[in-house]
Design a protein around this ligand. Structure first.
Ligand code: ATP
Length: 457
């Protein structure tokens, strides 16, 4: 190998999917960027923080809303799906019927030496397990630990007033199946979709916002005729897989994993995970499950209310089967940040950039007057007020243009509009693309349409 190929090989070795940053450093860099730029803060930070809960700052909250909106538009703006917003607190018997009181548990092991607790599958050493923290083999037997948060409804803290914070949004949909069916006059097959908070007392939360105790789900439950469930499972898997492509996620970082028999949850007849390759490995983003008639069947049994459907066409009465798509808002957001994060270039050309799809970028465009005179601030202000009504825009007249671009690159802003001397005389501006860094001149009157084609395709 000569020097040139040596140099090329070492450069290739240092360049990762994230530019100049090695995979092992990506999460640390991203967590600090998120704090610095106002995407995500640790909850109750001034009190030292609280276990695995996070707050979304000004940019994070915009991005989260954009993800929810995109999901809602894709899932509910269809003739066969209705929306719902059910309460977080539900009748405690819901969780008996669903199987969560008895079975929503993780095996928990205590290390008698360092007193830490772990999920049994987090122990090190497959055949001869030991504590991953201190290495001790003095471990307790595994005990089942229920992941639901318990609280009390009303002023008396007694067993009869125990309620749970919902660990999934799905049950709110099942118990409203007949209400929605009757109110919307849908016919099977049809679906009910909901976005909302869920809570799980996870034993080992971690990896930033990947696994937390409070999180948000985007779930859709599709009610079908028994026997048609497998076909719908395949259709929904394809639709949901394609959705991540529309989010601009790199195709080679996405895959589908089919659950083996022994991985299947108690309610599922078949299940797929859509997974993403995070810097900490392949992980689930979304579950697509064939839940059969388990859920409606159990609620019929426990509530004593009929939850069957009369099919006018076939003149049959049956309990519908359910195909579910269940995704996490926070996890989707983390995936988009990880997928878009790069540190690129050298020396004065070095930059940190978030290549977010324009539809989910928190700031859609930034507007810069080149200098603070000669009519440039006025025209820039006019453009900012006009387009700011439609999109979250940012006005910046401080520092060199290069510095202003860098600030926006780090926030993931896809377009920077600069108003220069020519803009004032010709009513044209330059628009700089975040990813290619190329600039084009666009007429002020055409600017909104030009941006709309790229932001809201
Ligand atoms: P795991 O086995 O990783 O605990 P799960 O299979 O129990 O997850 P589901 O019950 O299928 O997860 O939840 C559906 C989706 O909700 C997940 O794909 C994920 O996006 C999201 N989700 C579940 N638990 C959490 C959590 N603790 N923090 C953040 N998101 C979560």
């Amino acid at each position: 190998m000569n020097d040139e190929t040596n140099a090329a090989a070492s450069e290739a070795a240092t360049l990762s999917d994230w530019g100049n940053v090695a995979a092992g450093d990506v999460m640390d860099r991203l967590v600090s960027l998120c704090k610095r730029r106002g995407f995500v803060f640790q909850s109750s930070e001034i009190y030292g923080g609280v276990g695995s809960t996070w707050d979304y700052g000004p940019l994070g909250v915009e991005m989260k809303r954009a993800i929810r909106d995109f999901w809602w538009e894709s899932m509910v703006r269809r003739d066969d799906i209705e929306g719902l917003d059910a309460a977080i607190l539900m009748h405690p018997r819901v969780w008996e019927a669903s199987g969560h009181v008895a079975g929503f548990t993780d095996p928990l092991v205590d290390c008698r030496n360092c007193k830490h607790r772990f999920r049994a599958d987090a122990l090190a050493g497959a055949d001869d397990p030991y504590c991953p923290r201190c290495g001790s083999r003095d471990l307790s037997e595994a005990r089942q630990f229920n992941l639901m948060f318990k609280t009390f409804m009303g002023p008396v803290e007694e067993d009869a007033s125990v309620v749970y914070l919902r660990p999934e949004t799905a049950q709110g949909i099942y118990v409203n199946f007949l209400n929605v069916l009757n109110a919307s006059r849908q016919k099977i097959p049809f679906g009910i979709a909901q976005i909302g908070k869920a809570f799980r007392n996870e034993i080992t939360p971690g990896n930033f916002i990947f696994r937390t105790r409070e999180f948000e789900q985007m779930e859709m439950q599709y009610f079908v005729k028994p026997g048609e469930d497998r076909e719908w499972l395949g259709k929904w898997l394809d639709i949901r897989r394609a959705w991540y492509g529309e989010l601009g996620i790199r195709a080679d970082k996405l895959r589908v994993h089919e659950h083996d028999r022994d991985e299947l949850a108690h309610y599922a007849a078949a299940a797929f995970d859509i997974q993403y390759e995070f810097p900490f490995g392949w992980q689930e983003l979304e579950g697509v499950h064939d839940r059969t008639d388990f859920d409606l069947g159990r609620h019929e049994e426990h509530s004593g209310k009929k939850l069957s459907y009369f099919d006018e066409e076939s003149k049959e009465r049956y309990v519908p089967f359910i195909v579910e798509t269940s995704a996490g808002v926070d996890r989707t957001l983390l995936m988009c940040l990880v997928d878009g994060f790069r540190e690129e270039g050298e020396g004065k050309d070095a930059r940190t950039v978030l290549r977010l799809a324009p539809r989910i970028a928190p700031i859609k465009l930034a507007i810069f007057p080149l200098v603070r005179r000669d009519g440039m601030p006025e025209l820039a202000g006019e453009i900012y007020r006009g387009l700011g009504r439609r999109w979250n825009a940012f006005f910046d007249d401080g520092g060199s243009i290069g510095r202003r671009y860098r600030r926006q690159d780090e926030a993931g802003t896809p377009f920077c509009v600069t108003v220069d001397g020519e803009s004032v005389t010709e009513r044209t501006v330059t628009v700089r693309d975040r990813d290619s860094m190329e600039q084009v001149r666009v007429g002020v009157d055409r600017l909104e349409d030009w941006l709309a084609e790229r932001i809201d395709p």
